[in-house]
Design a protein around this ligand. Structure first.
Ligand code: C2O
Ligand code: CU
Length: 473
């Protein structure tokens, strides 16, 4: 596509977006119409530079929604329309993606695919209702390496219709930082990391702090909302000697609570993009601590320390009931079509990413042997096209010796089978595809639009392991 074609394509999109700004057409939200007719709740968010003592000394050049604190938890009500007016106060382009939420395509925050990126000084209005309650997160989808690596990842909580009755609700936004002891930045990415498992950080922070102490009532039930928001690190979560259960994975309640990982050998893998809701019975005595760890070569890293406070509430694991299920339909395999996707290296001689919305300067990866030429790839067609309502089995084949957390926007899928391990048909938006694994997953294409489909190790995404799927209405 030429420059002129490109800009006229963008103009068309810009006009379409402007026309749509007065409200979503009924068709756009049909599959997930708001369950309650409440007035939209409006909130202004400003993406801006920030300073904060992540490692002790103050670090400059972070990104957040305020000048001196990590991105806040955004709390939403299920089925209620919310409006976020996002202003870009940075010098580069940006967008916001609501990871895991089933929103109308135009609200999905993917540059050029669903919107024109938000330029410096501009404001974009996001407007959507979530059909699902649970733990989700938000992050930019443009200049991603810089803005995410420098802190712009936050938790989205969609509240259950009825309070599930825990004694504490604690957000744990997990993210590495590539910081030196003196608080200065290391290189955010490396050629070596991009070509292998991704570049991990020098420190593993939680809510921008190192091993923060988080308080909850002694003997009470504390709901931990863990979100793996690092650009590369796969967390291996366990809570030594803890009592409690896992109640939800990737935002969606488990039909029956699952055992809590308490040992490094049984650690819960949370790869970039994934979430876990864990309910812990707090220790009974004032001041007693429960650690949350991630397995790492050598010594584990402490992600948080939960401190028991006050009189013992004496609650028990047996009191923890399953959370109410979200309205996720079950695909009918007897009428599903099969669609294959191969994740691997880039074909030789591929030109580097064209640099729209940020480039790393090289290309290593591909889907179906086609490397995505950038965050913005106008003129590049979909990897697959389905009709609204189609039932599909996606065969995800990893030809590479690295693990890839594969993320699909706008639709939820369920793992069916793997050649390497048992899997459960639990709805998700991000599945960790192991090295050399073939994983079949199924979905119903029930949300129309162009949906980004990519690896959530951002160095892989930005060097080719990305594309999109079209659902035609
Ligand atoms: Cu969490 Cu396309 O991203
Ligand atoms: Cu990957």
């Amino acid at each position: 596509m030429t420059e002129t074609q490109l800009s006229s394509n963008l103009m068309t999109r810009r006009r379409a977006l402007a026309l749509g700004a007065g409200g979503l057409s009924a068709a756009a939200i049909t599959p997930f119409a708001a369950s309650q007719a409440a007035a939209p709740l409006t909130r202004a968010l400003t993406i801006q530079g920030a300073r904060y003592p992540v490692r002790g000394p103050v670090t400059d050049g972070l990104f957040s929604l305020s000048p001196d604190a990590p991105p806040p938890v955004l709390r939403l009500r299920r089925g209620v329309e919310h409006v976020f007016d996002v202003t870009n106060a940075t010098a580069d382009y940006t967008t916001v993606h609501w990871h895991g939420l089933r929103v109308p395509n135009a609200m999905d925050g993917v540059p050029y695919l669903t919107q024109v990126p938000i330029a410096a000084g501009e404001t974009f209005r996001y407007r959507f209702a979530s059909p699902d309650a649970g733990t989700f997160w938000y992050h930019p989808h443009c200049m991603t390496m810089e803005q995410m690596a420098k802190g712009l990842t936050g938790l989205l909580v969609v509240e259950e219709d009825r309070d599930p009755g825990f004694d504490a609700d604690l957000p744990l936004v997990l993210k590495d930082f590539r910081l030196n002891d003196d608080g200065t930045w290391q290189d955010l990415w490396t050629r070596r990391g991009a070509a292998r498992g991704g570049t991990t950080g020098a420190i593993s922070a939680t809510n921008w702090d190192l091993a923060p102490v988080m308080e909850a009532p002694a003997g009470g039930l504390a709901r931990l909302r863990l979100a793996a928001t690092d650009i590369s690190r796969i967390y291996r979560i366990y809570l030594p000697d803890a009592r409690g259960v896992v109640v939800a994975l990737d935002g969606h309640p488990l039909p029956a609570p699952a055992p809590l990982p308490t040992k490094p050998e049984t650690a819960l893998a949370l790869s970039p993009g994934q979430r876990a809701d864990i309910v812990v019975v707090m220790p009974p005595g004032e001041g007693q601590m429960q650690e949350v760890l991630t397995r790492a070569p050598g010594t584990p890293r402490t992600l948080a320390r939960l401190a028991a406070r006050g009189a013992n509430r004496g609650r028990r694991t047996a009191e923890i009931a399953p959370l109410p299920a979200n309205p996720v339909p079950m695909p009918d395999l007897s009428r599903a079509r099969l669609e294959e996707f191969v994740f691997g290296w880039s074909p030789d001689g591929t030109a580097p990413n064209n640099g729209w919305c940020g480039t790393l300067g090289y290309t290593f990866w591909s889907i179906n042997r086609t490397p995505w030429p950038g965050d913005a790839a106008p003129g590049v067609g979909p990897l697959a096209t389905w009709k609204l309502g189609d039932h599909v089995v996606l065969r995800l084949r990893n030809e590479s010796p690295n693990d890839h957390p594969i993320h699909l926007h706008g639709l939820l899928f369920r793992p069916l089978r793997s050649n390497k391990r048992p899997v459960r048909p639990h709805p998700t938006d991000t599945a960790l595809l192991l090295r050399e694994e073939t994983l079949d997953v199924a979905l119903i294409a029930d949300n129309p639009g162009d949906w980004a489909f990519h690896c959530h190790i951002i160095e892989h995404q930005k060097t080719g392991l990305a594309g999109f799927i079209r659902v035609e209405s």
